[in-house]
Write a protein that binds this ligand. Structure first.
Ligand SMILES: Cc1cc2nc3c(=O)[nH]c(=O)nc-3n(C[C@H](O)[C@H](O)[C@H](O)COP(=O)(O)OP(=O)(O)OC[C@H]3O[C@@H](n4cnc5c(N)ncnc54)[C@H](O)[C@@H]3O)c2cc1C
Ligand code: FES
Ligand code: FES
Length: 485
């Protein structure tokens, strides 16, 4: 790779450029930001609650300049990010919020708001809650109750004190500027100094090699040399292998800095979404254009996870409970796969071949997802059944597509997640409904066919009987919703 940096990375912490030298500091490239911070004497406010993205106690904020040199702030779970993923960014922890004047400590406006609302509770969860509120304060002038709840959905508290925390969120719009706003230009300058030496990272320690290329050409060069390397993007799936299963990948290719994979384009017929775009970026881009995506993202993990997780990663897992997949079935989306000198496009239905298996070849990467624009009279919806609404993975899910002509079914596609080892269409049910009248009577009959079309498993999330009944109820819900719209 050209312009490689050997074994070191840089980011801004405590208003200074910090250099991590992996050779001399005895750190692994897959050391999480959480564990790195906890190893420092002055950054122990960040806590490990679950080490799997569920509790939010490890929330920190990452800032990066946009094209206008404004800093964009993102709350993320530090237990899920590997250290090199913050190269070239500002890392903000709870210790950075208050300012000191000798012995006098001035709380950050967000901390003060939390104190005044009686929202400061145990020392385990509060630092993470403060960081989520801080990101909210930096990103929204006047957040609605829904936006506040969404920003806090990734922070658990077991002492049942959510209301005062939400109340603190409601006061954020009245708070003035903070010291981060005053230091913005200084911070951007520091980040530019790091960017000035913008180069790919190559970190080699005794047991691991970690590459962070800047172009797809470099990726294929690396794949050639390390065919078994693990590809990561947001790492929200892969990081758990390390934090929960103690599996340490030997060679890693991190795609998170390849701008070619982070583009969003639209033409007359389709949306083309780069595999490296985060789900939160897609959520804001598609909100008005493809409302079913907004529906799905509203119940997808938490803001901290969506800020990291990518669409390439979600389909790359090929999990039967990946939430984007049934919806992409309903949109008849295609996946563009890229290799060194060629590319190919496959329907998402053909891309997934088995439980966590796809058609991706060892020398390919997922480049983008292509979503054809549906006809005006085509209705597409997404439904998810989970034990709780926020931050929970699907027990089952449905991505449905329907076109009616004079109340008769002209086209129907019913894709279910969580009902089989892969996302699967209910083809017998579809066949039954095609060309029939869109009536409650026919939906009830279709529900009976649907019950026998899948053989779901029983697991910790639910029994197979529940899954069969719930799938029928999703179809009924789809019918009722369309009838009343
Ligand atoms: C607490 C928590 C909650 C979650 N909630 C949900 C949820 O509600 N719904 C849901 O669907 N998922 C959920 N997930 C799972 C996960 O966040 C998603 O699957 C996410 O989209 C993965 O994206 P990533 O970029 O982080 O993937 P990564 O972890 O980086 O990669 C995942 C897989 O995709 C492959 N891959 C990634 N990018 C590419 C590429 N460009 N080319 C080839 N292969 C690639 C990787 O090799 C790997 O096998 C949750 C995870 C956690 C930890
Ligand atoms: S430690 Fe629980 S989300 Fe990171
Ligand atoms: S703030 Fe920690 S349990 Fe409620």
């Amino acid at each position: 790779m050209s312009g490689i940096s050997n074994n070191s990375m840089q980011f801004v912490l405590d208003n200074k450029i910090t250099t991590v030298d992996f050779k001399n500091q005895n750190l692994k490239p897959t050391t999480t930001v959480l564990n790195y911070l906890r190893s420092l004497p002055d950054h122990k406010g960040v806590k490990e609650g679950c080490a799997e993205g569920d509790c939010g106690a490890c929330t920190v904020v990452i800032a990066e300049p946009d094209e206008n040199n404004d800093l964009k702030y993102k709350a993320v779970n530090s237990c899920l990010i590997f250290l090199p993923m913050i190269h070239g960014k500002q890392l903000i922890t709870v210790e950075n919020l208050a300012t000191r004047n000798g012995y006098e400590v001035n709380l950050h406006p967000v901390q003060q708001a939390l104190v005044e609302a009686n929202g400061s509770q145990c020392g385990y969860c509060t630092p993470g809650i403060v960081m989520s509120l801080f990101a909210l304060y930096k990103n929204y002038k006047n957040p609605s109750k829904d936006i506040i709840e969404d920003a806090l959905a990734g922070n658990l508290c077991r002492c049942t004190g959510y209301q005062p925390i939400l109340n603190a969120g409601l006061t954020l719009s009245s708070l003035g500027n903070d010291h981060f706003a005053k230091k913005k230009n200084e911070t951007v300058e520091l980040l530019k100094k790091i960017q000035h030496n913008n180069h790919s990272l190559a970190i080699e320690t005794e047991k691991q090699k970690y590459f962070q290329p800047l172009s797809t050409e470099e990726v294929f060069e690396l794949k050639n040399n390390y065919p078994e390397a693990v590809i990561i993007n947001g790492s929200t799936d892969i990081a758990l292998k390390q934090t929960k299963k103690f599996e340490f990948p030997e060679n890693i290719i991190d795609l998170s800095r390849i701008s070619e994979l982070k583009t969003f384009r639209e033409n007359n017929n389709e949306f083309i979404i780069g595999s490296g775009l985060s789900l939160e970026e897609i959520k804001s881009g598609l909100k008005k254009k493809l409302p079913a995506f907004d529906q799905m993202f509203n119940v997808f993990a938490s803001k901290q996870i969506r800020n990291l997780a990518t669409i390439g990663g979600n389909i790359g897992t090929a999990s039967p409970i990946s939430d984007t997949i049934p919806l992409l079935f309903a949109y008849k989306a295609k996946v563009k796969l890229l290799k060194s000198k060629s590319e190919r496009e496959l329907l998402i239905e053909d891309f997934i071949t088995g439980y966590r298996q796809t058609q991706l070849l060892p020398d390919e990467i997922i480049h983008s997802v292509i979503i054809p624009k549906p006809e005006k009279d085509t209705i597409i919806k997404f439904y998810k059944v989970s034990k709780r609404k926020d931050l929970d993975i699907s027990t089952l899910s449905g991505g449905f597509r329907l076109t009616l002509q004079n109340q008769f079914v002209k086209e129907i596609l019913l894709a279910f997640g969580g009902m089989a080892e892969i996302t699967k269409r209910a083809t017998k049910t579809e066949k039954f409904l095609l060309n029939k009248s869109w009536s409650r009577e026919n939906i009830k009959k279709a529900g009976e066919i649907l019950k026998n079309e899948f053989k779901p498993i029983s697991d910790a999330r639910s029994g197979k009987k529940f899954r069969k009944i719930a799938a029928g109820n999703l179809l009924l819900k789809f019918y009722s919703k369309i009838k009343t719209e």
